[in-house]
Design a protein around this ligand. Structure first.
Ligand code: ADP
Length: 485
């Protein structure tokens, strides 16, 4: 780790109450590109998580009472520090997560953009007045922070998934405790170091790193001092954690798995569609919840589209994310590779055709070759489960009705994409798709001005946009009576 310009960004333990906290045991963080150990981190326990929650609880009243403009200033200082250290934070992220450096730095800027956005939104938490039924009363609505927020985040966006929750929570006046994924704790700890440097008061932003996700999760979902729980991760774990939250009736936001369809209609600009698909499929080696999972192409343009797509794929450079011009880094671990292998081999047994890729670069590496499978059907596992790898699974459709029916035939509803140049069709299909987000002639939809989130079993709650603070605020209705003389 000699390459960091600011070595103090490499931290080795959890952070709460404004202090770095030791633990009895520790665990290693490894680089998926080569298996090297890049850091050793203290392994927090459930008792530690309780202490972090206590710190957030103690800090709450002071933080919530500050004027929004003051909280905004802290967020802006934090944002500026993240951008100042973008190179180091990006490198750290590539080393622990694997994505190419340019993407990693992009994630830092993306994470920082949520801090900026919510610093601004903090100043616009408007209430309301409602005409009362009698002259004797006035009805007023105010918004207040929900309280202590706990979050659990995944490894695929080690910075941004924390930034976009913490930014909204802190802007709203809540204090925050996060358990990052154990595979990528270093980015989270570097964020805590910068929060500290930004002067964010002790106990407002806390990070608990641990290998015991279950035990920490139990505290964060069951402790009565936590008012709101926000989770990004798999649908299976999200459902479990939502149940755990029921005991104390916490507010819950869930951003879970997706099964994004990417529809290419016959009237589409096929070159633009290929570009959009490349961006939405291969970003982070296919390991994002909004990555295209199923590609549905009008049957009369399927051959032409497939040829163009394979040309684009043949140009992808796969390798260690710290090397120049790499487009695709390693998958996160061996289990991820095995899962992709199994989905592909099962699909081939069921009649899909492997056109390229279908295996790792070499047996022991985690670099998975960009893969194209044709003749996939919606019933196959590969079309129903999140692939989380660089695999294009091609299906075809005969008309718009069938395209929509296939696109919606999943329990998930996070992101969908489609390409068409017909304005009537664009409107019809956009309304018919049962998804929280729809990219229309666009393969990348995430940005802080827009509400990110899903429907169906992809979860609920929205991150970013003018709606993003709602998840962290309670509405309080004040009825002012006795006004008659
Ligand atoms: P992924 O497939 O992306 O790893 P997970 O849902 O397993 O998705 O993990 C997302 C986050 O949830 C990680 O921080 C992980 O440590 C955490 N996690 C996994 N299992 C549990 C659990 N039983 N309780 C609490 N957190 C969990």
């Amino acid at each position: 780790m000699g390459k960091l310009q600011d070595q103090a960004l490499l931290k080795h333990s959890s952070y709460w109450q404004g202090n770095w906290q030791s633990a009895e045991r520790s665990f290693n963080v490894t680089n998926p590109a080569n298996g090297e150990i890049i850091g050793t981190v203290a392994d927090a326990t459930a008792a530690d998580a309780e202490k972090a929650v206590a710190a957030a609880d103690t800090a709450l009243s002071d933080w919530a009472a500050r004027p929004a403009a003051e909280r905004a200033k802290f967020l802006m200082r934090w944002q500026q520090l993240m951008l100042q250290h973008q190179d180091d934070l990006g490198l750290l992220l590539t080393l622990e997560q694997g994505k190419p450096l340019a993407e990693a730095k992009g994630e830092i800027a993306y994470g920082a953009s949520y801090l900026e956005w919510f610093a601004e939104e903090a100043k616009r938490v408007y209430g309301d007045t409602i005409p009362a039924k009698s002259n004797d009363q006035r009805i007023i609505v105010i918004k207040q922070p929900v309280g202590v927020v706990a979050a659990i985040t995944p490894w695929n966006f080690p910075n941004a998934m924390i930034a976009r929750k913490a930014a909204a929570a802190l802007a709203a006046g809540c204090t925050f405790v996060v358990k990052p994924a154990q595979l990528t704790p270093l980015s989270a700890l570097a964020m805590a170091e910068l929060a500290d440097r930004a002067g964010i008061p002790a106990g407002v932003f806390n990070v608990v790193v641990s290998t015991d996700a279950k035990a920490i999760g139990k505290v964060l979902t069951e402790d009565p001092r936590v008012a709101k729980f926000s989770f990004t991760g798999s649908t299976k774990i999200g459902k479990q954690l939502a149940k755990q939250c029921a005991g104390t009736v916490k507010r819950v936001s869930l951003e879970l798995g997706g099964n994004a369809p990417f529809l290419v209609f016959a009237d589409a600009d096929l070159d633009a569609a290929v570009d959009g698909l490349m961006a939405s499929k291969f970003r982070n080696a296919g390991q994002t919840c909004v990555c295209t999972n199923r590609v549905l192409v009008a049957e009369n343009v399927l051959d032409e589209f497939t040829t163009k797509l394979q040309q684009a794929i043949s140009k992808l450079k796969i390798g260690d994310g710290t090397y120049d011009e790499v487009d695709i880094g390693p998958l996160i671990n061996t289990e991820a590779c095995t899962k992709v292998d199994e989905l592909i081999s099962t699909a081939v047994t069921q009649g899909a055709q492997l056109k390229c890729g279908g295996k790792r670069q070499s047996d022991n590496s985690l670099f998975y070759l960009p893969t194209v499978l044709s003749k996939v059907t919606n019933q196959m596992d590969i079309a129903q489960q999140e692939i989380f790898g660089p695999v294009v699974a091609l299906q075809s459709f005969s008309d718009e009705t069938q395209a929509i029916q296939l696109a919606n035939a999943t329990e998930f509803g996070l992101a969908a994409y489609f390409y068409s140049r017909d304005i009537g069709r664009i409107w019809r299909v956009a309304e018919a798709l049962q998804y929280g987000m729809v990219g229309i002639n666009e393969g990348m939809v995430s940005n802080p001005t827009a509400p990110f989130g899903g429907v169906k079993q992809s979860g609920y709650g929205r991150e970013g946009s003018k709606y993003g603070l709602d998840d962290y605020m309670d509405i309080k209705y004040l009825c002012l009576g006795g006004l008659d003389k």
